[in-house]
Design a protein around this ligand. Structure first.
Ligand code: SAM
Length: 292
């Protein structure tokens, strides 16, 4: 590639041996927060793309798949779905997309624990459609702190904990540790569900194997579910799933469909069929952690 063309491409080189390139129309901002380098690019195909320390965090074109799948899967699977006001905690998630989806559930409340207040302010200004006003919702409680420290401390319990973290490098590394998962368990109410951003198994299979192995030490049910997200290169993305209620992962399509209809939530990816199908794991992913 010539020098003249090189500036037009954002290259993510998160893992060895491959790179993901997005053609950009314009660099909107490249700056430093207190903990991370923040980049925002207008891309040709994927809309605005947010990066932290050179790694893609979210992009306008496909963020709905990621945020809907992390929020609605546990919220509709929980035994109290539709009957109780679910108390949800998001660890990370400073762009606000997860908060937006959780608060579509009329009776949910959400505590968001983000280590970098700079990401929240940046996204409110430059990616307002992601949070769509969710930061100002009276049901949202925003805490700027290390999620691992908050989970390790005494405090209220939650029905669902969603770990919307960066990858297991930098400040996000601790959010993939055994101690962190044990601490999350202590902050879950009976029947609670933990879901985690667990990377693309084709590329980051070892991370998924490790996380699900840790879940299995502390929870009766430990697995993952899948969704394809184009800008997380390499096929399916995995979301870790851990709960002491092993029925949550088995709720039927009919029951989920009734819960979704009653909630009157509009989505672009998630629906009851997708909910059931997302738990089906190809052999190359199953064998990572259940040995079958
Ligand atoms: N979709 C995402 C991805 O591509 O990995 C995650 C997006 S979200 C922006 C990730 C957030 O996790 C970042 O804003 C980052 O500051 C936050 N984060 C990283 N480590 C954290 C920690 N220890 N406690 C709380 N938040 C953390």
């Amino acid at each position: 590639m010539t020098e003249a063309l090189a500036w037009r491409w954002f290259d993510e080189t998160l893992d060895e041996g491959y790179r993901l390139g997005l053609e950009i129309d314009r660099v909107i901002i490249e700056s430093e927060s207190s903990t991370q380098a923040i980049g925002l690019y207008e891309t040709v195909k994927f809309g605005r793309v947010l990066t932290l320390d050179g790694v893609i965090q979210t992009c306008e074109r496909d963020e709905f798949i990621y945020h809907e799948m992390m929020a609605h899967m546990p919220l509709f699977a929980h035994s109290g779905a539709g009957a109780e006001a679910l108390r949800v905690c998001v660890i990370g998630g400073g762009d606000g997309g997860m908060l937006r989806e959780i608060l579509k559930h009329r009776h949910a409340t959400a505590t968001l624990v983000e280590i970098d207040g700079g990401v929240i302010e940046f996204c409110k200004t430059h990616l307002p459609n992601l949070s769509a006003g969710a930061f100002d919702d009276p049901r949202a409680n925003i805490i700027v702190a290390d999620g691992a420290a908050v989970m390790a401390s005494d405090g209220p319990v939650f029905d669902v904990i969603i770990v919307d973290s960066t990858d297991p490098i930098g400040p996000g590394a601790i959010l993939f540790s055994e101690q962190f998962y044990a601490d999350c368990k202590s902050r879950l109410a009976p029947g609670g569900i933990l879901v985690t951003q667990n990377g693309v198994p084709m590329i980051q299979g070892d991370d998924l194997r490790r996380s699900v192995g840790y879940f299995a030490k502390y929870f009766a049910d430990a697995s993952c579910y899948l969704a394809p997200i184009p800008t997380y290169f390499g096929g399916f993305m995995a979301f870790g799933w851990a709960s002491d209620d092993d029925q949550c992962r088995q709720v039927t399509e009919d029951v989920i469909a009734k819960r979704v209809a009653a909630a009157q939530i509009s989505t672009r990816y998630y629906n009851a069929e997708i909910h059931r199908a997302a738990f089906a794991l190809p052999q190359y992913i199953r064998t990572l952690f259940d040995g079958t």
